[in-house]
Design a protein around this ligand. Structure first.
Ligand code: HEM
Length: 408
């Protein structure tokens, strides 16, 4: 059996990235947490954790913090990320999060429902019109659905999405565990600088002509003086918010389709059973988690699950592995949309718990049943192609055959 270092080497290999689950099972067999040998200078990682309870306890403890990488002030991308709610620690975190959380109201969520249904139907019409030949489900549905829904919600013009996508891709490539190469850093720095200019211009436009979107609402609140957020912080958070909001959801949809098609009785029942649909979406997120890893740094010298963690050193939290912890999810590799038990850690936990969890669940609950009712004979034609990233793991290309026309 491979030791922990051997397992991690395998995890980061091409094969491990395509299918990390055997590695996670190997890590579970060794316990909830394992110490790592000292890393090269700059990589302050002391241990890797996979146990559901242990990972959850670290995420819930506000003293375990996010630690900026060394030299972050010198890099545009890192300055942008580190001054956003996703990466900043208390007390700034609470100040920033409050502004955005205030805009994610149930009323706003309610207004999203018709938007999701409309965008989904437009995309399904396009797939139907393309005829019975093969299409890439990601390009035709899983990607454009959340991109367009979130763009409308946040207030990014649909015409700018293609331009925007390239910048998102460059930032996400840098965020992967193997992404810290000089080339990727330079590409991500340039993307962040371009996005800054983009948002400065967009904010000015929304000031002149406000709309119903989130950016208009935020600009109004900032200008009225009721919100503690500088213009720079507003831009950093918008960059991070849009980045966080859709590639994750793309992977929820693209990773989820094969799971559902392997369970035709569930797929066929979704349209008439909202409870089953809710369970299926949560089970997809557990089994095929889009974000595989998080990290938190120890507030002081401490011992976690028997492993000493020096102050300031990180523990790598493999949430995708915790989601298959057999102690909480018996027969963890099995898809069971009616599974009892605790929630998965797919959206994190504690202070940084995903702000968009309800939005993305809603997208899944509305869009996947609509797709399967429209194309009940949908089939996968080729092996899915995964992103190759563990930070954001998901299917980037999925060739499907709609299997004949069905009109609503
Ligand atoms: C299936 C889709 C999604 C998944 C799997 C996901 C996953 C996550 C995870 C794991 C975190 C915690 C990060 C940490 O603790 O370090 C997080 C945070 C966050 N997510 Fe999501 N997310 C999804 C969709 C969305 C959407 C749709 C939005 C926006 C509408 C969004 C906005 C955010 C923001 C702003 C944070 C940072 C919150 C904070 O730091 O306080 N996410 N997400």
């Amino acid at each position: 059996m491979l030791d922990v270092e051997g397992l991690l080497t395998r995890l980061y290999s091409e094969q491990g990235r395509q299918d990390p689950y055997p590695v996670y099972a190997g890590l579970h067999a060794q316990g909830a947490i394992a110490a790592l040998a000292p890393r090269p200078e700059g990589q302050r990682v002391a241990a890797v954790a996979v146990g559901y309870d242990l990972v959850g306890a670290v995420l819930r403890d506000p003293e375990w913090s996010k630690q900026p990488p060394p030299g972050w002030m010198e890099q545009e991308i890192l300055r942008t990320l580190q001054s956003s709610m996703m990466f900043i620690n208390p007390p700034d975190h609470g100040r920033m999060r409050k502004v955005f959380a205030g805009t994610f109201t149930p009323r706003r969520l309610g207004t999203l429902e018709p938007v999701i249904n409309r965008v989904a139907d437009e995309l399904l019409d396009r797939m139907a019109d393309a005829g019975p030949g093969e299409v890439d489900f990601v390009a035709e549905f899983a990607y454009p659905l959340p991109a367009r829904v979130m763009a409308e919600f946040i207030g990014i013009p649909a015409t700018e999405l293609a331009w925007y996508r390239d910048r998102v891709d460059r930032i996400d490539a840098f965020l992967d565990v193997a992404g810290k190469t000089p080339e990727r850093l330079a590409a991500a720095n340039a993307a962040a600088a371009e996005l800054r200019v983009f948002y400065a211009d967009l904010l000015a436009r929304r000031r002149r002509t406000p709309g119903e979107d989130l950016i208009s609402g935020l600009v109004e609140a900032v200008d009225a003086g009721g919100v503690q957020l500088t213009e720079d912080e507003l831009i950093n958070n918008l960059i991070v918010l849009f980045n966080a909001s859709f590639v994750t959801t793309v992977y929820m949809l693209s990773n989820g389709l094969p799971v559902l098609l392997e369970h035709p009785e569930v797929a066929a029942a979704l349209a008439d059973d909202p409870e089953l649909t809710a369970g299926a979406i949560d089970e997809i997120l557990r089994l095929q988690t889009p974000v595989h890893l998080l990290a938190r740094a120890a507030p002081r010298d401490t011992v976690l699950g028997g492993v000493p963690i020096p102050q300031g050193q990180n523990v790598l939290l493999l949430i995708a592995a915790a989601n298959r912890d057999p102690a909480h999810f018996p027969d963890p590799d099995r898809f069971d949309p009616r599974r009892p038990g605790p929630p998965s850690l797919a959206f994190g936990l504690g202070l940084h718990y995903c702000l968009g969890a309800a939005v993305s669940r809603l997208e899944g609950r509305l869009a996947l049943p609509r797709l399967l009712s429209r194309f009940p004979r949908l089939r996968i034609m080729e092996q899915p192609v995964y992103s190759g990233s563990l930070f954001l793991r998901g299917i980037d290309k999925l060739s499907v055959s709609p299997g004949g026309r069905m009109h609503p």
